[in-house]
Design a protein around this ligand. Structure first.
Ligand code: ADP
Length: 659
């Protein structure tokens, strides 16, 4: 090995620089969280070596007393955090805490640069995978010494957080990582003990507060003044006390989930959750159960209050932690819960998991499947209870994670039965609360045959749809779908309690009881037949745009609307797909419906009777179609042509007036 230890100076990646700058000049007060972040990194590093040593015992080099050591040095004004975990090699140091841009850096920057940023947001630094840098909130300089098992030399990394760091090879005896924090003057002030990180009791309290459940002992040496003892072991009362050193373990290490429930306070659960999952908010629900029988396991699950920043992205982190008799074996195990429950955080501890189980083997594990089924059931039960007993809270949950549940309905046919009653919808029934399908059904008049829904970008645009007027007049409730996944979910359900879901902009609307509906339908078909020639002419003008023109029985005061056929995709799906850039391939089959009771219809008829080839007829047809498009929220192909047509109409009307 080359013994010339060359020192390199390197620059942080641009976003990291920005982040560091914010840390160094941080305006936040809650800076103590840096300790939690570094301790949690240390614990992760020990988890890693422990896990890898299961298949490679030699890695441990006969040192398997895993521990994290904290040390204050009043003279040098330093706080040191050491672990005997996996360590890092030269390249890993550069990659992990230097030059490589991490996906979370940008997201975190955006979060904390926002005007409304709070202390709470800052506390989530760990969730973004950039916790290490929080050390710069309290440090003038940070030094990191690290060595991976089986190597002679380690690596030394140093930075003052000013945009550069140095890195060099370094003689280090033991494996693991040591982080030395050269404290800023403000954080060595004896007069402010709660911010004095040279004070052992401050450190002890912080460990209790944030890191009590860390599975490895977090140790610190405390000086102890004691009077000496004589040869017989008796205290010599009149002698000067001598200072001895005592190593104390600061954390209790008892995994919370192994304790009996009645010994755990609400606060215990919350602290555990916040630390383990880097969340500032308290969890919305907690499920803690111990199951014995065909499979034996303990589980501690949390339903968060807020979706993490990456929840609806492809690279999101999810999955449960696995333990076997308190020993950590896997993070983010996705094989237990179905994907639609990916928002659930937590862990499963079972003696049935073997320690060196691979992800491949896990997928085929019968026990895991069984546990997964049980967990799924209890989570759904918890949600149902929340829905029935704490509706506002459930609505809050729904706003954050409803799309995950809808996704479940869309992706898995077998999930319909268990998930459909969790659905909440906005509806014409109430502006302020959402409704379940059961509630919708309970309000349905006996004659109503279908469950009506309408899609639009918000309440207002749906309520302005011409089709809504008649439904509202008849007092029929309509579910409002604002989100693209809503319609996917409703479409894939198809029916609920044997009632079909029916878009108010598709096919025939059967608004009355069967008999009246039949009569109306006939009458309407009659009008369509009587005016077949006129409709055919209009259709001819709009040939490339619509599939048909017919008389409407769903309109009250509006002249026209666009609907789509019962088969094929709907207009709103067309919207969604065109937003996803799949536009021209999927076009809904559009039908232009004309209100036979509107005076415009009589005018059309008159023009047609006078001269079936009248130029006005073409103009009017175009205008009607364009109006209908606008009402549905589509863009016009040629807005200028539309504006010209309207202008011409205005001029004509005025000229007629003057004559
Ligand atoms: P996170 O831990 O969330 O990934 P950090 O910025 O805190 O983000 O740490 C970045 C990476 O540096 C870690 O993922 C880990 O690979 C490495 N690292 C940090 N601290 C240690 C440590 N004590 N021992 C080994 N590796 C560490």
């Amino acid at each position: 090995m080359d013994n010339t230890l060359t020192k390199e100076t390197r620059e942080f990646q641009a976003e990291t620089k920005q982040l560091l700058d914010l840390m160094v000049h941080s305006i936040y007060t809650n800076r103590e969280i840096f300790l939690r972040e570094l301790v949690s990194n240390a614990s992760d590093a020990i988890d890693k070596i422990r896990f890898e040593s299961l298949t490679n015992q030699e890695l441990l080099e006969n040192n398997s007393d895993f521990e994290i050591f904290l040390e204050v040095n009043e003279e040098n004004k330093t706080l040191t955090i050491s672990d005997n975990g996996i360590g890092m090699n030269y390249q890993e140091v550069i990659d992990n805490i230097g030059t490589i841009a991490k996906s979370g850096t940008k997201a975190f920057l955006e979060k904390i640069q926002n005007k409304d940023t709070t202390e709470q947001d800052l506390a989530m630094i760990g969730q973004f995978g950039v916790g290490f840098y929080s050390a710069f909130m309290v440090a003038d300089k940070v030094m990191l010494l690290t060595k991976i098992p089986g190597q002679k030399t380690g690596v030394k990394w140093e930075s003052t957080g000013d945009g550069n760091f140095t890195i060099e090879e370094f003689a280090k005896e033991k494996r693991g990582t040591t982080i030395v924090i050269f404290l800023k003057e403000d954080y060595q002030n004896a007069e402010k003990p709660e911010e004095n990180f040279l004070n052992r009791y401050t450190i002890q309290n912080l460990v209790k507060k944030y890191s009590d459940y860390i599975r490895y002992p977090i140790k610190m040496v405390f000086p102890k003044e004691e009077k000496p003892v004589d040869e017989e072991g008796k205290v010599i009362e009149d002698a000067e006390p001598v200072v001895t050193l005592e190593t104390r373990t600061l954390n209790s290490m008892t995994p919370l989930w192994t304790k009996p429930k009645n010994e755990i306070s609400a606060e215990d659960y919350q602290t555990f959750y916040k630390n383990m999952f880097h969340d500032w908010n308290e969890p919305l629900e907690i499920i803690h159960s111990k199951v014995e029988g065909a499979v034996e396991y303990t589980t501690l699950l949390f339903i968060p209050e807020q979706a993490p920043h990456d929840f609806y992205y492809k690279e999101r982190h999810y999955g449960l932690k696995l333990y076997s008799r308190n020993v950590f074996i896997m993070d983010e195990c996705r094989e237990i819960l179905p994907e639609y429950l990916a928002f659930v955080r937590g862990l499963v501890d079972s003696a049935d998991f073997s320690l060196n189980i691979s992800r491949e083997l896990l997928q085929h594990s019968k026990q895991l499947k069984l546990i997964g089924k049980n967990l799924e059931k209890s989570i759904i039960k918890k949600l149902e209870a929340m829905r029935d007993k704490e509706r506002p809270k459930y609505e809050g949950f729904w706003k954050e994670f409803g799309n995950a549940i809808k996704g479940g309905i869309y992706m898995e046919r077998q999930s319909h039965e268990k998930l459909q009653d969790l659905l909440l919808f906005n509806s014409s029934h109430s502006k302020d609360t959402m409704v379940t399908l059961v509630e919708y059904l309970s309000r349905m008049p006996e004659s109503q045959q279908e469950i009506y829904y309408a899609s639009g970008k918000d309440r207002e645009s749906i309520e302005n749809l011409p089709q809504m007027e008649l439904l509202q007049e008849k007092g029929l409730e309509v579910l409002y779908l604002f989100d693209r996944v809503d319609e996917f979910a409703v479409d894939s359900l198809g029916t609920y309690q044997e009632k079909k879901f029916k878009s108010i902009s598709r096919g025939d609307l059967n608004l009355d009881d069967a008999e009246t509906t039949e009569e109306n339908k006939k009458a309407n078909e009659e009008i369509t037949k009587e005016n077949a020639d006129l409709f055919k002419t209009i259709k001819g003008f709009l040939e490339d745009k619509i599939a048909d023109v017919r008389s409407s029985n769903r309109l009250k005061s509006s002249a026209v609307c666009l609907v789509s056929d019962d088969s094929g995709i709907s207009l709103s799906m067309e919207h969604v797909l065109s937003e996803m850039n799949q536009g021209p391939m999927f076009k809904a089959k559009r039908i232009l419906e004309i209100n036979p009771n509107h005076s415009l219809f009589n005018i059309l008829k008159k023009i047609y009777e006078k001269d079936p080839a009248a130029a006005e007829l073409k103009e009017y047809s175009e205008l009607l179609y364009e109006q209908a498009l606008l009402i549905e929220g589509f863009q016009l192909d040629n807005p200028a042509a539309f504006a010209n047509r309207v202008a011409k109409l205005m001029v004509n009307a005025q000229e007629k007036n003057e004559n």
